[in-house]
Ligand binder design. Structure first.
Ligand code: ATP
Ligand code: MG
Length: 489
């Protein structure tokens, strides 16, 4: 006992001696000593700490800020495998609105066993905000705040984690996604603003339109279907040639020629979801980018009536001129500027933002996406938007001609031939009837069912009237010049 007291006394006086020595040392020696100790600390702690950590961020910053799919895979995996052990959960409405998705809340840790190895998972917010004692958070507010998962495991399991555990999680996520998609069916997504942030919401989507019902040139229809099939089966080709697995279509033509019907037929044909992007409700490029990042694979992203936005751009420019003394024609002004020179503006959706969205590097992170732009006035579009390569295929939806009429007659009346067909063919060449107009004339009127003879006779009358009325059609010179410019490109 006495000897142990002596030992402590000895140690105490040695420490006191060292302290005295330290205080007498010059300041630069202190600096050096501190530097040596601080550089040794991680090595010493690494030597004694047998655990390793892997961080999986929600967004990867290089080469472009894009969503990290491993983060999504881990979220889905933890939700089904280990969420039962967690005390603090977080619930969100998933993209498919298929009931709430329950996952880990921030700073909540769960432990998972894999082939006898223990894995500690924690969801961390990069902003590390203290959320208080909430048990279930249902606010969508922080959805775009970058988060990360931290996985801690014993260093002897590193090979197991990297070669089996994480790949297994990705595999399981793929299975879950495929199963969920099958269960929920196809969906139509639309964007809107919630608390100033763009979000997608969806409804089941089962449009009746098919390519079989689409009234258009059969050769052109076949070509489009072949193009879509090649795209769907083109995963290997796209990765071999280093191209993003995406395709852009521009559908142009007058109202009622079947552009929206074509999109529905494409979705049915490919069995893809549709994301109908309304640019007018998006505040800026950042929101546009977030919405794009939230789209899923196997989807068609649609921007309808892109010409209407361009018209408003013209209005906006006129508005600016008016502010400088010119006359303003009083048109409604949208909060959108598609001009190319304002890419850095954080308060608008700009053309450069939209183009990055269509063919920028972000699209490389998502596979199997089709973009469809529609317009009634192709000549009014900014050439940067429609140049070849950006839009892979330009599809003109035209007024109804005889081949298209035969499809409508077969769909609506069930007739493949009729004595009036010859006259109808002649009149179609002489008029500009849209397939929507023709279809309208082939449908029953009110409660009274009309037979094929009556319908076709009524259509002939209608076309004769249209032909007389169009004897001297009014021409919009600006539009005609623009259309010419487009076709001569
Ligand atoms: N090519 C077509 N084939 C079959 N039906 C068509 C076709 N074009 C139009 N229709 C019929 O007319 C209706 C309107 O067509 P749709 O909405 O596809 O035209 P649109 O070109 O998208 O018009 P808008 O430019 O006004 O948006 C459709 O519901 C469909 O019944
Ligand atoms: Mg349409």
């Amino acid at each position: 006992m006495a000897s142990s007291v002596e030992k402590w006394v000895g140690l105490g006086s040695a420490m006191a001696g060292l302290g005295l020595l330290w205080s007498r040392m010059p300041e630069h020696v202190h600096e050096e000593a501190r530097h040596i100790i601080s550089s040794l600390t991680p090595m010493v702690s690494a030597y004694f700490n047998p655990y390793e950590q892997i961080t999986v961020s929600e967004y990867s910053e290089e080469p472009q800020f894009r969503r990290n799919k491993l983060f999504d895979a881990i979220s889905a995996y933890l939700s089904c495998e280990c969420v039962g052990d967690a005390r603090k959960l977080r619930a969100e409405l998933g993209n498919d609105s298929n009931g709430p998705l329950v996952g880990l809340d921030e700073n909540q840790e769960v432990v998972h066993s894999f082939r006898g190895a223990r894995m500690w998972w924690r969801l961390c917010s990069k902003a590390s905000k203290n959320r208080g004692p909430t048990i279930i958070s249902i606010l969508p507010g922080d959805a775009d705040e970058p988060r990360c998962y931290k996985l801690v495991f014993h260093k002897r399991h590193r090979k197991l984690v990297v070669e089996d555990y994480l790949p297994g999680i990705v595999e399981r996520w793929r299975e879950l996604t495929a199963r969920n998609r099958q269960r929920r069916g196809r969906r139509l997504f639309t964007n809107h603003s919630v608390c100033g942030k763009g979000v997608w919401s969806s409804v089941p989507y089962n449009p009746p339109a098919t390519f079989g019902m689409l009234a258009m040139d059969p050769g052109k229809k076949r070509e489009i279907m072949d193009d879509l099939t090649a795209f769907r089966e083109g995963k290997e080709y796209h990765s071999k040639v280093g191209k993003a697995w995406k395709r852009g279509y521009l559908l142009h033509g007058p109202p009622g020629t079947g552009k929206s019907t074509m999109i529905a037929a494409m979705a049915n044909f490919l069995d893809y979801d549709v994301f109908d992007l309304d640019l007018t409700s998006i505040k800026n490029n950042a929101e546009l980018r977030k919405l794009f990042l939230d789209t899923t694979d196997k989807s068609i992203i649609v921007i309808e009536d892109i010409d209407a936005i361009e018209v408003d751009l013209a209005t906006k420019r006129k508005g600016k001129k008016a502010a400088n003394g010119d006359q303003n024609d009083g048109h409604h002004q949208l909060p959108i500027d598609l001009s190319d020179n304002s890419g850095d503006d954080k308060s608008k959706v700009t053309l450069s933002g939209l183009l990055s969205f269509v063919d920028g590097l972000w699209s490389a992170c998502g596979g199997e996406r089709i973009f469809v732009f529609t317009t009634n006035h192709v000549g009014r579009l900014d050439p940067a938007l429609i140049r070849r390569g950006r839009m892979d295929k330009h599809i003109e939806m035209s007024y109804c001609h005889f081949e298209a009429f035969k499809v409508l007659a077969s769909n609506y009346l069930g007739v493949a031939d009729h004595p009036l067909f010859v006259e109808i063919g002649r009149l179609l060449d002489a008029t500009q009837m849209t397939p929507a107009d023709v279809a309208h004339n082939l449908m029953p009127r009110g409660k009274r069912k009309r037979n094929a003879d009556e319908c076709l006779a009524a259509l002939v009358e209608k076309m004769k009237k249209a032909k007389m009325e169009s004897a001297s059609p009014p021409v919009d010179p600006v539009d005609e010049a623009n259309e010419e410019r487009f076709h001569s490109d």
